[in-house]
Design a protein around this ligand. Structure first.
Ligand code: NDP
Ligand code: 2IT
Length: 444
């Protein structure tokens, strides 16, 4: 079978799932040569098997709002691949959630988790629920209703969810509480838990920290560092917040944040109390960054994206396909050096192609944002040992893991020229480990 024949087959089987097909194409086109050169993998038909989820659960989530009105959302859990460990991946609550977006995220998670060096399979879940404007009580009732079904499909050795867009510590708490009640046992079934009930230190910051550690490795490789660099960040959530903190610690300056309403440009840098304010904005369930501009007296650009600002490093940390070809052209014209994806698949294929063609160091999300799930893996380890590591211990392990991911990208992504193809490197390294595990397990 040729690559095109393969993609046609996947497209006809997964119609109406554009995000999923985009993610499959992006991975498979970079590993196809490696795949077809190993007759054992081809004979076992690993490629067709790896793009098919092991299981997908779809369920009704009925809940009651504060006025007594009944609503119905759709809940999902995509258990994609368990060849190297139990299914592991976040839960997303956002109105855009559907089967396509969760299959794309679950598929990416397989390779990301493989790169972390830890024993975790790939999964993802969530619901088409809009948390905007919901009260605390409504959030709790929704999380409980979601878990009233999901609890039978997950477990500490089976499938361990965590947060993602719209799901952070508070929501994990509500879901964990319901799971514990229904199962009548206390286990490490979620990660991103609270500090007093099994959560790991650093987990809330880990994704953002990891993105910056990864960018630091890329820069080190060309004899540079984050110090003194100007950085554009999008989003204002969990990932953006962690990235902001670490960039400041390493002597860089973050000049943008964004939300669905537009972006802010803060020429003095997002630092100190302004980083704390991001958490407040996020928790307010309002969809705005304009409040930041008003509070700290900086510029706000309604309806625009931050990629028109001249910076050295760009970190898209909001949502998929938020940076397109025009944005990439702006960044290149303005002299960008590094783009590290904090979100999952934030750059369109055309944007990625353009950035790579212009020799920009490009880190795909599955490598750059793997620090979040890696620290989730460290949380699972601490739960299994019934121990809690110090901040320093977790941070050191996170840095070791991010360096190991960077090394794998170099191992598989360095070709004749000096240019490092981080996409190819990450995809091949992530794939080979899972594919070989699938071979070892036979046709199951
Ligand atoms: P959050 O919910 O904490 O933040 C998401 C942010 O993006 C919010 O500020 C959200 O605003 C904003 N946003 C949503 N849509 C847009 C848009 N169209 N333009 C600009 N901003 C927008 O989620 P996370 O920070 O956890 O996740 C962000 C990204 O990082 C996602 O792609 C996620 O999959 C990825 N990721 C997350 C990890 C984690 O550990 N949490 C790990 C690895 C990757 P609003 O909610 O108001 O729409
Ligand atoms: O996309 C991701 O890697 C996450 N949302 C984190 C998943 C996790 O299990 O910590």
């Amino acid at each position: 079978m040729t690559f095109n024949e393969f993609m046609n087959k996947v497209a006809s089987k997964n119609q109406g799932e554009p995000e999923f097909l985009q993610a499959v194409k992006e991975v498979v086109e970079t590993i196809w040569d490696v795949y077809v050169s190993d007759p054992r993998l081809v004979k076992a038909n690993i490629m067709e098997r790896i793009v098919e989820p092991e299981r997908v659960v779809i369920f009704r989530v009925p809940w009651v709002d504060d006025r007594g009105d009944v609503h119905v959302n759709r809940g999902y859990r995509v258990q994609f691949n368990s060849a190297i460990g139990p299914y592991k991946g976040g839960c997303r609550f956002h109105p855009s959630v559907n089967l396509s977006s969760l299959k794309f995220l679950g598929f990416e998670q397989i390779f990301k988790n493989s790169l972390t060096t830890l024993p975790m399979g790939g999964g993802k879940g969530g619901a088409d629920f809009d948390s905007k404007g919901k009260s605390e009580q409504e959030m709790m009732r929704f999380c409980q209703a979601f878990m009233a079904e999901l609890y039978r499909h997950i477990g500490p050795n089976l499938d361990i969810p965590a947060g993602d867009i719209g799901v952070s510590g508070r929501e994990v708490g509500f879901m964990f509480g319901m799971y514990k009640k229904l199962k009548n046992e206390f286990t490490g079934v979620f990660t991103g838990k609270g500090q007093h009930w099994g959560g790991s230190l650093i987990r809330p910051e880990a994704t953002g920290f990891g993105v910056v550690y990864f960018a630091q490795e890329m820069l080190k490789n060309i004899g540079e560092s984050v110090e003194g660099k100007k950085v554009a960040i999008s989003g204002f959530g969990n990932v953006s917040w962690g990235a902001c903190q670490k960039i400041n610690e390493l002597g860089g300056k973050v000049v943008t944040l964004s939300g669905p309403d537009g972006y802010i440009y803060d020429k003095d840098g997002v630092s100190g109390e302004k980083i704390g304010y991001m958490v407040e904005m996020r928790a307010s369930n309002n969809d705005r960054v304009q409040d930041y501009a008003e509070k700290f007296k900086c510029e706000f650009f309604p309806g625009k994206r931050p990629w028109e600002v001249p910076v050295d490093i760009a970190m898209p940390c909001a949502i998929q396909n938020e940076l397109n070809l025009d944005d990439a052209k702006n960044l290149v014209n303005n002299g960008i050096k590094v783009l590290a994806e904090g979100a999952n698949m934030p750059c369109t294929p055309e944007a990625i192609h353009f950035l790579q063609k212009n020799n920009i160091l490009f880190a795909p999300g599955k490598a750059a944002n793997a620090g979040g799930v890696a620290t989730s893996g460290l949380e699972m380890t601490q739960n299994s040992m019934r121990l809690k590591w110090s901040r320093e211990e977790v941070d050191e392990k996170l840095q070791t893991i991010m360096r190991a991911i960077h090394d794998q990208c170099l191992q598989y992504g360095r070709f004749q020229s000096d240019f490092i193809d981080y996409i190819k490197g990450a995809n091949i390294a992530g794939f080979l480990k899972v594919a070989n595990a699938m071979l070892d397990h036979g046709v199951v």
